[in-house]
Every structure is written in C-alpha cells, then in structure tokens.
Design a protein around this ligand. Structure first.
Ligand code: NAD
Ligand code: ZN
Length: 372
C-alpha cells in the first residue's frame, strides 16, 4: 500500500514514503536509519495537537526522548527572529543528547526547521513529515531550506537534504479547502512543466476534492485522487532533484514555473493576502501569457491552463497590490542577475523552457493583464 520514491543523490540519497497511514511507521523508519535517540519536533500548536501528540507518544514508546517546539502559523514564522529563537531553545535543551529534528507541518515548518537543522552545530539530521498537500508534493522534497527577509522570500537558506520524507496522505483530511487548492496549484505546475497526463488527471478529477472538511478517512474517492497526485508529483520532483540537486543546470529551474511573478505577488501582499500556491497560480497565468507573447505557446493552451487554474478555485486577479512593487520585488529573484531576467516559459502543457532577457514591456503587459 505504501509507495516509495527514491531521491538519488551522490552524497545524501533518501526515500520518500507515501501512504494513508505512514506516520505510524516513523519510529521504525528512524531506527533503520540509525539516527540519534533524541527527537526534536518542530511544529505549529494546531498540528502538534492534531498529529504531534500521537507521534510523540509512539516515539517515546519506541524508546526515544521527545521534545516539541512550536512556532505560530503563517509565513511570518519563516523569519530570522523565529529561527534564532528555535536555535536558542534547542541549544538550551541539548545537553548530553544526540538530536535529530522532525519537521512536522506544512512548507513553512519544513523550510524553517530544515534551515535550523542545517545550521545548528553545522548541521544535525532531520526528517520531513509534511502535512499539507503543497508540502507533500513540493517543499519537503529536494532539501531547499530557507527563511525570508523583508526584501523577499527564501533569501537566506541552504541546500540541506532530509534523511527521510514521510508523507502521510491521511493527514490531508483536516486541511481546509483553501489549503487543498493551494497544493493543487503546485500540482498543476508539475503537469505544465513535465507531465500532460498529470494535467489531464487534475482536470478530470479535482472536483472530487471539493466539499466540506474534515474529510472522513474512509472517503475512498478523495483519498485515491490525493494519493495519485502526491505520488506522481513526488516522482517528478524527486526525478528533477536527482539530476540537478543544487540547481546548477536548468533542470531544477523549471520547478520555478510561475514563481518569478508568484513570489513577488506573495511578498507584495505581505505574505498574508495570498498563500504561496495562490500566488503561484497567478504567476502561472502571467508566465503563460508571456509564453504566448514570446511566440512559444499556442493561445488555446494558455486558455486551458487558465481554465484549470480557475476551476481549481485559485484567484483570477492580482488585487490590492501595486505593479511597481511587484516589479521591484521581482528584481530580487534568484534568476535575475546583472540586469538580465530569466523566466521559465511554456512551449506546451508538459514542456517548458528557460528564456533569458524578455523585453520589460512584455512582462509588464502580462502582469497588467491580470491586475484590476
Ligand atoms: N523548500 C521548497 O522547495 C519549497 C517549495 C514550495 C513551497 N515552499 C514554501 O512552503 C511554504 C508554504 O507551505 P504551505 O502551503 O504548506 O503553508 P503552511 O506551512 O503555512 O501551512 C498552511 C496552513 O495549514 C495548516 N496545516 C498544515 N497541515 C495541516 C493539516 N494536516 N491539517 C490542518 N491544517 C494543517 C498550517 O498550520 C498552516 O496554517 C512557503 O513558505 C513556500 O515558500 C518551499
Ligand atoms: Zn512553490
């Protein structure tokens, strides 16, 4: 029943385990990895209550010591202040211990806890236990850890691979519909960058995920759709990361489709107006428009991309954000260097390319097309 995906890296290979009840297997997985005896869970209070308490009990039963530290929900916790607070709390606790960190939560926890793991004592082992759809299909895989600065997202961080990723699709049942849509944005991205079949699958099945939560864990239809999406996206991401661990080739760059404008919109909205996936949905609309204007993508394909983003329920327009602010924030994008811009653009659904030096007016017009 459980599905395994291997991230094949020269120095730090690891496995992603996906399935409806894999959380229960965490203590035995840790044992087989030969990590330390002292688990330090980093989470949010809500996730701690929903899943952390049970996980801690299982770990203690298996002979581990467990300490849990929490940070408030939201992107604002992915900050230098919270990273430093965690580091101080960890070091105060770390006496005669052999610590390993468990990141239990969505992308915010994964990025923050991974970053803390990467710098505490120059690196302690950590495990990703992603609890949002977005984190299961994207942020927990590939070892990108980060905190944000005022000037932009993810500007401080490290490549630091986890020892294991445990994606329990059963925990997705307590997510809000907004969080599901947020994750679906990244799933649509995977379809566009490399898998038209996945795109077709989302088109055909995403409506089955609608409806009030929390879901019943026996809800087989939803469970099947989510399991398929998580497995396929994890395979795609693992495949790309295995070929280009540190984004030194254009391979890993394609994962940024929709993110250049998306990150800027997210930052311009101060990280609370739009969730990450929502901004990426808007960024994908803009990227598709630029692709059309650059003569790469057929208009009909752009329409199909936009229709799916809309029918998934993601925002259609960029509101209450100034164009000048978006353009200014975009200049902090990692892909922009020495006055040159670089965008991931679509040739068709399932195939993208990296393009340099796009005329500024094409970018501006494409953003304006989605502004009020
Ligand atoms: N490192 C990477 O490669 C990478 C890739 C994509 C995104 N990211 C980052 O991920 C972050 C966004 O992650 P996110 O969308 O998971 O947001 P998030 O971590 O803020 O989680 C969203 C909300 O869902 C709640 N939640 C989490 N799991 C839950 C569950 N099972 N049941 C009920 N509620 C639950 C959380 O408490 C939170 O309030 C951004 O900071 C983004 O930059 C990183
Ligand atoms: Zn993303």
């Amino acid at each position: 029943m459980n599905f395994k995906v291997r991230v094949v890296l020269k120095n730090d290979p690891y496995t992603i385990i996906i399935g409806p009840d894999v959380l229960e297997t965490l203590p035995s997985q840790i044992r087989s990895l030969g990590l330390g005896k002292d688990a330090l869970i980093i989470s949010h209070p809500l996730i701690e209550r929903l899943y952390g308490v049970k996980l801690s009990a299982a770990l203690r039963k298996a002979g581990y010591s467990v300490k849990t530290l929490t940070v408030p929900e939201g992107e604002k916790s992915k900050s230098a202040a919270y990273a430093l607070r965690l580091l101080k709390q960890i070091s105060a606790y770390d006496v005669d211990k052999k610590l390993f960190i468990i990141a239990l939560g969505g992308g915010v926890i994964g990025d923050l806890a991974g970053f803390v793991a990467s710098i505490y004592k120059r690196g302690v082992p950590y495990i990703q236990v992603p609890t949002t759809l977005l984190a299961q299909i994207d942020s927990s895989i590939g070892g990108k850890t980060a905190i944000d600065l005022e000037t932009g997202k993810n500007l401080v961080g490290a490549f630091y691979q986890p020892k294991l990723v445990l994606a329990d699709t059963g925990v997705l049942k307590t997510l809000s519909q907004r969080q599901i849509r947020n994750g679906l944005a990244e799933a649509v991205k995977y379809g566009i960058i490399g898998d038209v079949k996945l795109f077709n699958f989302i088109e055909a099945n995403h409506q089955k995920l609608n409806g009030p939560g929390p879901w019943n864990s026996r809800d087989q239809v939803r469970s099947k759709v989510l399991n398929f999406i998580v497995r396929r996206c994890a395979q795609i991401k693992a495949g790309i990361v295995s070929k280009d661990e540190k984004e030194t080739k254009n391979l890993r760059t394609v994962l940024n489709f929709g993110h250049t404008v998306g990150h800027a919109v997210e930052a311009a909205g101060r990280y609370d107006q739009y969730h990450h996936g929502e901004s990426v949905g808007l960024g994908m609309r803009v990227a598709a428009r630029i692709s059309v204007d650059m003569g790469l993508l057929a208009k009909a394909q752009e329409l199909r991309i936009n229709e799916l983003i809309t029918s998934v329920g993601l925002p259609e327009r960029i509101v209450d954000v100034r164009l000048a602010r978006i353009l200014e924030l975009m200049r902090h994008d990692k892909k922009f260097t020495a006055g040159h811009n670089r965008f991931v653009l679509a040739r068709k659904i399932g195939q993208v390319t990296v393009v340099k030096d796009i005329p500024a007016n094409i970018i501006t017009q494409a953003i304006l097309a989605y502004m009020n």
